[in-house]
Design a protein around this ligand. Sequence first.
Ligand code: ADP
Length: 486
Amino acid sequence: MRIIFAASECVPFAKTGGLADVVGALPKALARLGHEVQVLLPLYRQAKTAGVPLERSGLAFEVPLGADRLSVECFRSQLPGSRVPVQFFRFDPFFDRAALYRTAEGDYPDNERRYIFYCRAVLEWAKRSGAAWDIFHAHDWHAGLIPVYLKTLYRSEPAVRGARSLITIHNLAYQGLFPRETLDLAGLPKSLFTSERLEYWGQVNFLKAALVFSDRLNTVSPTYAREIQGPEMGYGLDGVLRSRRSVLSGILNGIDPEVWDPETDRTLPRHYSAARWDDKAKLKQELLEKQRLFALPQAPLLGIISRLDDQKGFDLLAEISDSLLRMNLQLVLLGTGLKKYHDFFLGLKAKYPRRIGVNLTFDESLAHLIYAGSDMFLMPSKYEPCGLGQMISLRYGTLPVVRETGGLADTVREGGGDGGNGFTFRDYTGEALLACIRRACGAYQDRRLWREKMRTAMSADYSWERSALAYEALYRRMLGSAPDPL
Ligand code: ADP
């Protein structure tokens, strides 16, 4: 199949979150399955300094934006470690900026122009590509107008006429809301400004546009795909999602085994596997020493690596912190984010200096040591579209303690035939979290049971190959059915 990946972020060229990891990894796994995948990105300043060579591709064209026509020049590169081609659209007034979307004062005021430009550049590029494309795979609101263009202004272009479109939602909280006049800039007819199409309470909503116009919708876990159809997690779009539920599904993300494997991890001083894990205990010792903590007899070590954000359940942790740190356990935290949580953890460190290690930085190699050296990994999220932390910790035999939501519910099980691979709780309360941690600590004292769970955890397959096969099957279903009529 010929597949276009349209997204604002892609590792190693531009990243603010998990979207970039998916777009940097999934095309490579699809290419290994024999598909022709083309990644299309804005040329951000970050991409120019990413350390991967870019060259002019010799293609330049004009992109309409309202009454203007803006000149774009194309550059090309490849996803590192592959032959997957990446095309970049260069228009420095929009993309040669310090950050991707916002300054400390707030969002850039011209974001609607920037991403209309990007979406139209994708279509203008496809028109000139000399190929007929099967799938336009758009990601998040930045690429949200692409499915609209495919069914309106560009519908009779030979390069895209037979194509189907898929939107992947990585986080429903970000939607791209702009004033009504945005439609003129986008060159789209005013007739689309209705609540059945692009309008959302008097504004144009780019993500909603994609949800209405794409042939298929998906998100990054089956449970999140269900949850977002309800008012609690639907961020105002649950009605639209419910109306399209017959074409909405969830596919879990993967993790990169070249980066995340306790047998070969380049950042770790020693290695272990499900067959030979003595060195995991030594890594725990090294982690404790690094944190200047003395090991307490029989005490499990709980790791947390996270953005310090309300989404991640830190209000629950704050609620139970005194009870928690009086139990026979130790905690290591690595994270940055909201100031209130920085202050909270510094206060906790002052109160329980022998119990907790607090690291308020972004530190890739410390993250690896925490995944490897901890006994458990804590992720009590309020919502979690997919979540990588729990998949990485499973891979490292570090049993996750998680709330049953989104991708966490799809990857972590307590009990079941094989005894499960971690510990889970449902109610979003401090009490439920504490009870869950108590169960985990009880299980930890039974070494035989614990090792069984570790073995189960480490045997799971969270490779990108597995995700790519699921996307391949979805693309085939899309091509096998008529485009969604509008
Ligand atoms: P989200 O994308 O919502 O932040 P995920 O669990 O999907 O959450 O992914 C977070 C990723 O970022 C994980 O790989 C985690 O290890 C990493 N990470 C988060 N905070 C830090 C930090 N302070 N230092 C190093 N890695 C971090």
